[in-house]
Design a protein around this ligand. Sequence first.
Ligand code: ZEM
Length: 295
Amino acid sequence: SGIQVAKVKANFVPTKEDYQKVYNKIAELFDEAGEYDDGSYGPVILRLAWHSSGTYDKDTKTGGSNYATMRFEPESLHGANAGLNVARDLMEKIKQEFPWITYGDLWTLGGVAAVQEMSGPKIPWRPGRIDGHAEHATPDGRLPDASQGGDHLRNIFGRMGFNDQEIVALSGAHALGRCHSSRSGYEGPWTFSPTTMTNDFFKLLFDEKWVWKKWSGPKQYEDKKTKTLMMLPTDYVLTQDKSFRKYARAYADSNELFFKDFSAVVARLFELGVPTEQFVAPEPWIMKNLDEQDT
Ligand code: ZEM
């Protein structure tokens, strides 16, 4: 009977293997991008995971990945989230297939899959986020504004609980993806390989000469030599501020160090706002990449 079915569903307790199946579906979806951007949905999915987590405020313990409040207006319409409807719509397809997973778990697992499948480090992850309501949504202005400087980065990321080293490590995510004038106003990729995670973002910051792009759009840098790459004002400041510069230099010199620190800080980012007792597993899991399985 219908009652029986509902009961079975309510009692379904997903295992690590069930989450691995979701991971695999997301990973397969990245390659269905075709002509979209650089041929992968990975970067925009990573951005969704980041924006759903980066709203956290450690003082009020509000925001973060727990409630997936970007599903609701007005948060979905916040300027910083422009274009992320693309990522939310893609994740909705996965949700239809695995209705038992919560949005917060789905979106952050998407971020994990994006980093791992684009040759990045393993990101420890575990489920436990619950679906919230519109009343849990955060006010506008909690995510960083690319036109600003070092003080702004310290204010915004300090509110999430991150220090200078972690701010720099997190910024290395800009090895992936690109800016879209239709979304943020900015335009172009940071690296020559926007679907492969490397420390090239830091190498290019130091090795190229960066000049203001001459255009009518928002102030951004372009590389003098090829004029094909870009840096945001908040990226460039990582080479100008003495404390930021030390970490940026270290990551430019060692991909291994960057991967180690990036993995640790992204794992923390994705757990912001989730009460520890909600987590299913006492320790985060390491999900398998597609190419580590016989699928
Ligand atoms: Zn981003 N980011 N970000 N970022 N970001 C963009 C794109 C991407 C900042 C920012 O203003 C912008 C982190 C930190 C910061 C990604 C991941 C992470 C864009 C372009 C802007 C303007 C959006 C567009 O037009 O589509 C600022 C100021 C940051 C402060 C340091 C962190 C942390 C990230 C992850 C851990 C990714 C993957 C993209 C590329 C998205 C895409 O669609 O290709």
